[in-house]
Structures are given as structure tokens and as C-alpha cells.
Design a protein around this ligand. Structure first.
Ligand SMILES: [Fe+2]
Length: 240
């Protein structure tokens, strides 16, 4: 099984919480390939209007990682992307092409404050959709309003194109009542689009898609696991 990881903080020195050195990034490249990742979208944080995003440096670091993967003979395709914190400037940055979308497609990985209210989440996602992008809600299990009201996910999907991404690690840790209920509903109703690593380093937040694949296969069947960890992402990155 080869995986498509659509959320991965691979590039060094761009994120406060990502890899700190080139060597650490190289280690993450090797680790991703060893875990079975065949296509990886590098998604550093972008915080529109709050922090300068160095697009030039981003492309240099991506190229560095690509050259390294090729030198090592790894079967790993590395693509550009970002995880965009939704701020009043997010749509403008997207429209101007200053915040990388996932693999250059019309899909934009977006994140919010975990305590965002339902209406605000709905309004913000709609704004991204109205700007001409398909919002991919990063680690959707992190938003209390959605976890408490999973029906909102269905409502959103009915209103405009939107995708939901869950972190692989969420399937591998102990879940409380609300999270367990939310995931079960989302999975059983087919509302989850992608399971991705959201890897940040080689220790506490490392890539773990093979373990998640086993767990999701056990709970929901191998076909579902293959779709959410592989083919859905593959189809999305081939959109262009
Ligand atoms: Fe992330």
C-alpha cells in the first residue's frame, strides 16, 4: 500500500514547530518513504497578515528535499502546499497565489482556532469556497463545535465543496466520548476525505500512516482505509 500524505510539515526552518535543521528534514524524508508514503504534500504554516511567508525560501527548501529524495533513490514525490490559518487576509493571499494550495490544485488546507464557533467556521469556509477554492479543513477533529455537532459537516458539504481531513494520530490514541462519537459518525457517513500525518518531526509528531492504515482497516475495512490514506489524495493531486 502506498500512501498520499496531504498534510506534512516537512520543510525545515519554516515552521516554529517543524524540523529545525536540514538533517532533520532529510530524516523525515527517509522516514516518510520507509512508512510507505509515495506522494507527500509539504504544508508549512501560513498565517496571512500575521507572519511573513517566504515563498522563495519555501521553494528552495522543497527543491532541496526533492534532490535529496532523488539522490537516495526514494520512491517519493514531493509537492508544494501549505496549511493556512484562516484570517481576514487568507482569501486575498490565496487569490494572489501567495499561499500555496495543495499541489497547485484548487484545494486549500485551512485551519482555525480550536474554539471557533459553528457559525464562524461555516462563514469562513464559505468565504474560501466563494474565493474559488475547495477548503480542506485540517484536523477537523480538533474543532469542538464540529465534534459536538457532527451534523454541521453534512450541512457544510451540502452547501459548497468542502473536504475534511483527520490526523492519522487521532486513530492511534485513546479517544474520549465526544471524539469517538464524532469520528464514528464522520467515518460511517463517508464525510472524511483524507487521513494525513500532520507530521512535524521525527519524535513526538512523526509520520505514522502505516499504523493508521492498519487501525482504520480494522475498524472500517481496507477499502475505506486505502481511499482515505491513498487514492483520494492521489486523485486530488492529479487534478491539474
Ligand atoms: Fe499542520
Amino acid at each position: 500500500m502506498s500512501f498520499t500524505d496531504v498534510h506534512h510539515h516537512l520543510l525545515w526552518g519554516l515552521d516554529d514547530d517543524g524540523p529545525k535543521t536540514r538533517q532533520e528534514m532529510y530524516g523525515m524524508v527517509r522516514r516518510a518513504a520507509a512508512d510507505g508514503v509515495a506522494t507527500l504534500v509539504a504544508t508549512p504554516h501560513v498565517a496571512p497578515g500575521l507572519r511573513f511567508f517566504d515563498g522563495q525560501l519555501f521553494l528552495q527548501r522543497l527543491e532541496d528535499a526533492r534532490v535529496y529524495a532523488a539522490q537516495q533513490g526514494l520512491n517519493l514525490i514531493l509537492l508544494p502546499g501549505s496549511e493556512i490559518l484562516f484570517t481576514p487576509y487568507a482569501c486575498e493571499m490565496l487569490r494572489k497565489g501567495q499561499a500555496p494550495t495543495l499541489a497547485g490544485t484548487d484545494h486549500a488546507l485551512v485551519e482555525f482556532s480550536p474554539r471557533i464557533a459553528c457559525q464562524e467556521l461555516q462563514r469562513s469556509l464559505r468565504q474560501v469556497a466563494q474565493a474559488g477554492f475547495v477548503p480542506v479543513l485540517a484536523h477537523c477533529e480538533r474543532y469542538a463545535c464540529l465534534v459536538r455537532h457532527p451534523a454541521l459537516a453534512l450541512e457544510l458539504k451540502a452547501q459548497f465543496p468542502v473536504c475534511f481531513q483527520v490526523n492519522a494520530s487521532t486513530f492511534l490514541r485513546r479517544q474520549g466520548f465526544w471524539l469517538r462519537r464524532f469520528l464514528k459518525r464522520m467515518m460511517e457517513t463517508g464525510l472524511v476525505d483524507f487521513i494525513a500525518s500532520d507530521a512535524h518531526n521525527l519524535s513526538s509528531r512523526k509520520v505514522n500512516l502505516s499504523d493508521a492504515f492498519k487501525e482504520v482497516s480494522k475498524r472500517y475495512g481496507e477499502e475505506t482505509a486505502s481511499r482515505l490514506l491513498g487514492s483520494n489524495g492521489k486523485a486530488m493531486v492529479k487534478q491539474l
